[in-house]
Write a protein that binds this ligand. Structure first.
Ligand SMILES: [Ca+2]
Ligand SMILES: [Ca+2]
Length: 582
């Protein structure tokens, strides 16, 4: 698997009836306050996650669990070209246009009524880009007259959304040092907020805020202790305390990539960013907790100052990479209204925190097996580590003792976003049950080279499935229902007031389930694996659903024995749009 890695890197408004007037687009386009209100305006999809909380919940119910069996394609649109591979994007819909990003850093505008292409932008990528896990992109952001996305060579590009012409183009990091970018940007208070990718190359994770108008930096916040943030070009305090949880100079190449982007809670003015694995993977080379890797950080949106942190895997030794999205939600617990947030971590545990202060309130296993820890201590917030579950230290030039670990490094849940229903009160988690043999090896940092110090082989752990879509009750930690899938699930989830949950499968299906029971109600074969995130919106009095189809992402690159479950899947690159017949 290491050989392949090296080869690859070389290269509620209308709650019950659709009676809303047609959305009249402002000549200048969506404002930052329109973006904050996105979840309450079902006539458009302005943001990744359908609102700053990214709950992926729609108030639309014209399409529902009694009529979804009649859902049919309205049209499809090809991304074309010779470039296929993973299509992990979530489309946006505004003013009669569907905007969607494609593999190889491309952005497309399609007519939302006919599927005709309006324009296409192809970023010119240098030869030496080093994406770890396929040439994917997860979506764009829209604001005013601009549409903005990140590219594999670590640039952020704003285009005019009518013409596709470049307005500004900023380098966010040095791709030759292993940095890249794949996440959808988040827009808050006229700032574009982004993270960075490259955790397998000894990069330093960072969150950046830039002016949406000019692309100029407002603030930066590196997430590894010892590094210093900036505000308006001036130093703005050190992250953590130098050498408190890192020895020597290791913090300089400490990892913690913020590669999935973040969520935002207007009520606390906090941004929530997950941080990736510490570098290198070989944990014996870096004693300490290695803050703030494998954590959730709450960051003041105005200044970039860290307000609280919660580390899910202190001293991560398995690439558990706690980058998963932290989704704010409100719930009443023991009679008290609480501001909460939840995260389904790569490490196999589902965490519920008080989002105002980061206090841990619940931690529940959502996968079949966790060999590395036996639960989470709610008092200390730390995992109950099983020491024998950590791969051994290498001797001089020798491999360390291998261990079998579950989940595998690809996680109980990876990048693919979960959804939260305000009706059922359940989170719908796209998860995977798999393990790996993992061992440590000696490694030294070299700019632009893989910095793992580990090898691995991924394996299934169940006869009948790897993927499992699970409905988690965040109050009790109970799995209310589950749908098992043969191949690993790698796409995002959508839930609606119509008692529906949608997600895609590598086998090529977009599927709809009953949100309360998990009963499979509908499926459609899209022709390639579905690893994108579905959306829904209302247009001309009808409810539409859209999803990208195109097999790829990390799984086919790293699959090991798991690859047997999906070896017949063809690549693709199609936008599929569905609605009920008139
Ligand atoms: Ca909206
Ligand atoms: Ca990683």
């Amino acid at each position: 698997m290491k050989r392949r890695f090296t080869q690859f890197m070389a290269g509620l408004a209308a709650a019950s009836a659709l009676v809303t007037a047609p959305v009249l687009a402002d000549a200048n386009g969506p404002t930052s306050s329109d973006l904050m209100n996105d979840a309450a305006t079902p006539g458009d999809v302005l943001s990744y996650g359908m609102g700053p909380w990214q709950q992926r919940f729609s108030s639309l119910d014209q399409l529902n669990s009694s009529n979804v069996t009649k859902l049919v394609p309205a049209f499809a649109a090809s991304l074309g070209g010779e470039k296929q591979r993973g299509q992990e994007a979530q489309p946006l819909v505004y003013d009669g246009t569907i905007y969607v990003t494609g593999s190889y850093s491309r952005l497309f505008a399609f007519d939302a009524r006919t599927g005709e292409k309006k324009w296409e932008y192809d970023a010119r990528l240098p030869d030496g880009i080093m994406p770890c896990c396929d040439v994917v992109n997860r979506g764009a952001a829209i604001h005013g007259d601009k549409i903005i996305f990140a590219t594999l060579d670590a640039h952020l590009i704003a285009l005019n959304r009518e013409t596709g012409k470049v307005v500004w183009n900023k380098k966010t990091a040095d791709y030759q040092a292993g940095y890249s970018a794949t996440a959808a940007p988040l827009i808050v208070k006229d700032m574009v907020i982004t993270g960075n990718s490259g955790g397998e190359f000894g990069i330093v994770g960072e969150v950046q805020a830039r002016s949406v108008e000019t692309g100029e930096l407002v603030w930066t916040r590196p997430v590894i202790e010892g590094h210093v943030g900036t505000l308006n070009g001036q130093p703005n305090g050190m992250t953590g305390k130098l050498n408190a949880t890192w020895q020597g100079d290791l913090w300089k190449t400490g990892g913690g990539a913020t590669w999935l982007g973040g969520t935002y809670d207007p009520s606390t003015n906090l941004l929530f960013f997950g941080t990736g694995n510490p570098a290198p993977w070989n944990s014996h080379l870096r004693p300490g907790d290695n803050l703030y890797t494998s954590s959730t950080l709450a960051i003041d949106a105005d200044t970039g100052v860290i307000k609280w942190h919660y580390q899910t895997t202190p001293h991560d030794g398995w690439d558990f990479d706690g980058v998963n999205e932290f989704v704010p939600f409100d719930a009443t617990i023991n009679g008290k209204a609480m501001k909460l947030g939840a995260k389904a971590d790569r490490n196999g545990y589902f965490y519920v925190l008080d989002r105002s202060n980061g206090k841990l309130l619940g931690a529940h296993k959502f996968v079949m097996q966790t060999t590395w820890a036996d639960g989470i201590n709610l008092k200390t917030g730390r995992p109950n580590y099983i020491e024998a579950g950590r791969p051994g230290a290498p001797g001089s030039g020798e491999k360390g003792t291998p261990v079998f670990s579950s989940p595998s490094f690809l996680g109980g849940k990876n990048w693919m976003p979960m959804a939260y229903s305000q009706d059922t009160g359940l989170f719908y988690i796209p998860s995977n049950d798999w393990g790996m043999d993992i061992w440590n090896e000696p490694i030294a940092y070299k700019k632009g080279a893989a910095y793992l110090g580990a090898g691995f082989t991924i394996k299934p752990i169940a006869e009948d499935h790897i993927g499992a879509l699970r409905a988690m009750d965040p109050k009790t930690g109970k799995i209310v229902w589950e749908y098992k899938n043969k191949a690993p699930l790698w796409g995002g989830v959508l839930t609606t007031r119509g008692n529906l949950v949608f997600t895609g499968t590598p086998e090529g299906y977009l599927k709809a389930f009953d949100a309360k029971t998990g009963k499979e109600l509908w499926k459609f074969q899209t022709g390639s694996g579905v690893v994108g995130s579905p959306i829904t919106w209302e247009q001309d009095g009808e409810q539409y659903v859209a999803v990208m189809s195109g097999w790829g992402g990390a799984v086919p690159l790293w699959g090991g024995e798991v690859a047997k479950t999906f070896k017949e899947i063809s690549q693709g690159g199609m936008l599929w749009v569905f609605k009920l017949p008139r």
